[in-house]
Ligand binder design. Structure first.
Ligand code: COA
Length: 263
């Protein structure tokens, strides 16, 4: 599935081996629709099978990486848990992509915009980027394996702070915590990521694939089980009155009031 909401390009010479996927919905801060999840899953599957694609970089058009899942979709067309649903295909694709996966992050990286970074091998953030996983404040639960990968990276206390309180991390803090390999000045993330990607692409592909596999292998089975458990709970939470209140409050630009909605 190709989509005008996902730009797929080779930013350098085609022989460089660097493939760029750019979320392209800047008027909605690159909020991700089912169509975009499907297009990303397809692009990653094609890149995995294409010997001329050696490394993939994910970014966003405009000043923001992405505001996460489209909240209107959560309200009006909630995703399904089927293995062939676009979001599940996308999550599986980033969790199993065999070649180096990178991201260049400017501005907001919300929800899946941050959790997808946990599956990237090299993340470049701008120092002023704002990373946030507001699943709890949206009455949801973490997804994309974040409940396993985040505490492993930052420890339980910091993961709990980020998830239970939906706290925002700047790019500089994310770099210090190990969520990003490089932190650069605002506006320079993509350029820095592409320069790094070119260095990666110059390495022997066979060794890149085997090394990434060795790095990811210890958690693979556990990750799959956690992602399934998260998915089931996330789907269940989408149908709650608390989630309905959170989505309505976002579009009405007010603070949600969850009191009296539990149960
Ligand atoms: N889904 C659907 N629409 C979204 C969206 C999302 N995830 N994020 C932003 N939008 C829409 C807004 O409703 C607004 O629409 P409008 O112009 O019709 O009012 C437009 O995109 C611009 O958003 P706005 O919030 O005004 O931009 P901003 O620059 O002030 O703030 C963000 C940008 C990213 C900080 C803010 O939009 C935000 O926090 N979004 C996150 C939503 C969220 O909780 N995502 C997590 C999903 S798990």
């Amino acid at each position: 599935m190709s989509s005008s909401q996902l730009l797929v390009s080779r930013p350098g010479a085609p022989s460089d081996g660097v493939l760029l996927l750019s979320l392209n919905r800047p008027d909605r801060r690159n909020a991700i629709t089912a169509e975009m999840y499907g297009a990303m899953a397809d692009a990653l599957a094609e890149a995995a099978a294409d010997p001329t694609a050696r490394v993939v970089v994910i970014t966003g058009e405009g000043p923001h990486f992405t505001s996460g899942n489209d909240l209107l979709d959560f309200q009006e067309a909630p995703p399904s848990l089927d293995d062939d649903s676009p979001v599940i295909r996308f999550l599986h694709a980033i969790a199993t992509f065999p070649k180096p996966l990178m991201a260049a992050v400017e501005g907001a990286a919300v929800g899946v915009g941050t959790t997808l970074l946990l599956h990237c091998d090299l993340v470049v953030v701008s120092e002023s980027a704002k990373l946030r996983m507001p699943f709890v404040s949206l009455a949801l639960v973490p997804e994309a394996g974040a409940s396993l990968l985040l505490p492993r990276l930052v420890g339980h206390q910091k993961a709990a702070e980020l998830l239970l309180l939906s706290e925002t991390l700047t790019g500089a803090e994310a770099h210090r915590l190990g969520l990003a390999a490089r932190c650069v000045a605002e506006g320079e993330a993509l350029q820095a990521a592409l320069a790094l990607a070119l260095r990666v692409a110059d390495q022997p592909l066979g060794s890149l694939i085997l090394t990434k596999d060795l790095l990811r292998r210890p958690l693979r089975a556990e990750l799959e089980a956690v992602m399934r458990a998260e998915g089931a709970l996330f789907f269940e939470r989408l149908g709650t009155p608390e989630a309905a209140e959170a989505f309505t409050a976002f579009f009405e630009r007010r603070k949600p009031n969850f009191r009296g909605l539990e149960g």
